[in-house]
Design a protein around this ligand. Sequence first.
Ligand code: 5GP
Ligand code: ZN
Length: 113
Amino acid sequence: MDCLFCKIATKQIPSQKVYEDKDVYAFKDIHPVAPVHIIVIPKIHIESINDITERNSKEVQRIFELIPKIAKIAMVDRKGYRVITNIGEDGGQTIKHLHFHIIGGKKLGDKLI
Ligand code: 5GP
Ligand code: ZN
């Protein structure tokens, strides 16, 4: 499958690793919107939240267990941060592999849209 984030997870494309285990990979966003901007992905290909099922939800659970740990590694856990996942065209999803943005390191804006 021709998926950029699958290639990043398997190291066919280089990235700046923040965290990795057998199920999850976290790396720095190439175009950070804040001092801390990390992308967290499951290593298995899931297109978006729309494709979470009983068969793959364990990987998603794992990501949510790890987000506070990754936030701690990035030293944004105490002051706070934002977790965003975009879904589909209107949601602004450009890479069709489920991912969660961890954004922080500064006081973020108060706009949701
Ligand atoms: P989306 O808009 O799909 O929610 O987010 C995709 C994110 O992936 C964007 O923030 C974009 O900067 C990031 N991105 C796109 N291509 C690459 C890449 O090759 N390497 C890394 N590290 N990030 C990427
Ligand atoms: Zn993929």
